[in-house]
Design a protein around this ligand. Structure first.
Ligand code: BG6
Ligand code: MG
Length: 217
């Protein structure tokens, strides 16, 4: 049977949170306040707009709409400087093994990411060709935990949501998958991702046996 396997990007395929952190921290510092790793954790899976809103609120700062747009552009320019230095050494362990296994077994493989930089990142790490379809931050109007991104990914694969599996590292993403009626697989800590149907620390813990069960159930 052909199932849909939808991968989040940031935190699942590559660890870009560290680059988001550096870019947001510089931006916060330029506005006169600090931004911590703990705060950065809370931005996982959160869109760029919503992230900036949160950061400004944490810094007790308000800006005009024009300034808000300028800050978003500035952050992304700096973020892309880090992205442009990426290569395939930054792919998280065993992600290619799982992708290749799914492809060899004729499964639908799609990306479901909040990022508007998803394609450029996949290109940098040489994984773009592995995805049959890509749904990213440019294609959706409602951010995770809204299921829109994953429902669109299922549709793009022509596979029913109930026959889709989502790999996610963020709470918002796990909730989005659950609301979409998909199997949610949390990649990260059990304490954080407890709403997921299954949780693994990383892809090295995901066996061929386990994938076969997902395909055949
Ligand atoms: C998510 C990240 O995947 O994409 C968030 O977890 C990020 O941290 C969001 O803010 C939007 O990304 P981008 O690349 O469009 O700024
Ligand atoms: Mg993520």
């Amino acid at each position: 049977k052909t199932k849909g396997f939808i991968f989040d990007l940031d935190g699942v395929i590559v660890d870009t949170a560290k680059y988001h952190f550096l870019a947001w921290k510089n931006l916060a510092n330029s506005l006169g306040f600090d931004f911590t790793e703990t705060q950065n954790e809370q931005l996982k899976g959160v869109s760029r707009v919503e992230s900036l809103k949160k950061i400004l609120a944490w810094g007790n700062t308000t800006v005009s709409d024009d300034k808000f747009q300028a800050l978003m552009a500035l952050k992304n320019t700096e973020y892309l400087e880090f992205i442009n230095k990426m290569d395939d050494s930054e792919i998280l362990p065993d992600v290619p093994r799982v992708l290749d296994y799914l492809i060899e077994n004729n499964q639908g493989v799609s990306l479901g990411s909040a990022s508007k930089n998803a394609r450029v990142i996949l290109e940098k790490v040489n994984l773009l060709s592995k995805f049959k379809t890509i749904v990213d931050g440019n294609d959706v109007s409602k951010a995770k935990p809204d299921p829109e991104v994953f429902l669109n990914a299922a549709k793009s694969l022509h596979i029913n949501p109930e026959d889709c599996v989502v790999f996610e590292d963020s709470v918002a993403g796990v909730q989005a998958a659950n609301t979409a009626n998909m199997i949610s697989i949390g990649i990260g800590s059990k304490a954080v991702l407890h709403e997921a149907d299954y949780i693994f620390n990383d892809f090295t813990e995901i066996s061929t046996d386990f994938i076969n069960k997902l395909i055949n159930n």
